[in-house]
Design a binder for this molecule. Structure first.
Ligand code: SF4
Length: 345
């Protein structure tokens, strides 16, 4: 479609979002942070996390200078914590090798941890006004529908077609506004369920609209049964009501976050407690309602058990602390563990 970008820009001038916190000021650091937060999370959730994050760490060197624990605490609740670890690592690389700022160069940007082709494009377009396309989830949805492209957008050949469209449509002028415009169109008009085609600036060129195929496009990811894992989380309460928290290993799920001690099943949890704290601790326990948490590659069923122990025989260490539930909330905790601990307060 020859005038795709000009139609979108005219629509953006009237309907686009121009008051997002990362647009004022639109510095490379703020654009980068917002793009990373928006990778798996919707704008409405990201705004308050973004504001809290930049209030605490207003610049890239400030981010690079704090311990990872501080970054994880600010990220706590947003999920997909590898994003926070990559952000921190990338900031340190930029301080060491790019004068404390993000590079203005595509190859150097995609070399940073956590920055892929689309995020690099979004940073170059929005922060530097350079003509680079983006292809996030919203843009993929718009382009598959406009062109009637069938097939799961995560597959290589469909993604290649979509990148070609994205490259053609990205204009040389007002590239930052265009980038925001196509993201906004996907988020507010060309939504996954019930798109508002009547309000769409590209409706008369849209194949999905013409063919009444918006419900089928984009094609869903082929279904796959996720494997199930189980664990028992132990809420160990000492006589003062404090909880034992442990920092998780630097790799694996919830890497580097603070969490509860775990056992493979209820019997091993009880025997671990009995051997560390005596038979009476084993008797003073309470099972809490089980819950499930979904990860990308598996589902985790968690059985929480609360134990009251008479002495905290387990000593504190760098990676192990006894804390009151309200104190624990200040740490970087996985969201389900945060919810579980909140139930105790
Ligand atoms: Fe999306 Fe409808 Fe616009 Fe097509 S016409 S791009 S399906 S909102």
């Amino acid at each position: 479609m020859a005038d795709f970008s000009s139609r979108l820009l005219r629509w953006y001038d009237v309907n686009g979002r121009k008051d997002l916190p990362w647009q004022h000021p639109r510095t490379p650091y703020r654009v980068w942070l917002s793009e990373i937060m928006l990778q798996q999370t919707q704008v409405v959730t990201v705004v308050s996390y973004f504001e809290r994050f930049v209030a605490a760490l207003p610049t890239l060197p400030a981010l690079a200078a704090v311990p990872l624990d501080d970054v994880l605490a600010l990220w706590s609740g947003l999920g997909y914590y590898s994003r926070a670890r990559n952000l921190h690592r990338s900031a340190q690389i930029c301080v060491a090798g790019h004068n404390g700022d993000l590079p203005r160069d595509f190859a150097a940007l995609v070399a940073l941890p956590g920055i892929g082709r689309s995020t690099a494009g979004a940073i170059l377009a929005q922060a530097f006004g350079l003509r680079f396309p983006i292809l996030d989830g919203n843009v993929k949805r718009v382009l598959t529908r406009v062109h009637g492209i069938a097939g799961w957008p995560g597959s290589r050949d469909v993604e290649d077609q979509l990148w070609k469209c994205a490259e053609v449509y990205t204009p040389g002028e007002r590239v930052a506004d265009y980038t925001q415009a196509i993201m906004d169109l996907g988020a507010t008009v060309c939504t996954r369920a019930r798109p508002r085609c009547d309000a769409c600036p590209v409706q008369n060129a849209c194949v999905a609209f013409r063919d009444v195929a918006t419900a089928e496009l984009p094609t869903r990811k082929p279904a796959r049964l996720l494997p199930l894992k189980t664990t028992v989380m132990m809420l160990l309460r000492d006589p003062r009501g404090r909880l034992l928290l442990e920092r998780r290993a630097p790799a694996g799920i919830w890497a580097g976050l603070w969490s509860l001690p775990e056992a493979s099943d209820e019997a091993s949890a009880r025997s671990m407690i009995a051997s560390a704290h005596g038979e009476r601790a084993d008797r003073a326990w309470r099972a809490l309602p089980m819950f499930s948490h979904g990860f990308t590659h598996f589902r985790l069923d968690v059985t929480p058990i609360e134990f009251s122990i008479e002495s905290n025989a387990i000593a504190e260490a760098d990676d192990r602390r006894w804390l009151f539930p309200a104190e624990a909330a200040a740490l970087g905790l996985p969201a389900p563990v945060r919810r579980l601990i909140a139930q105790l307060t």
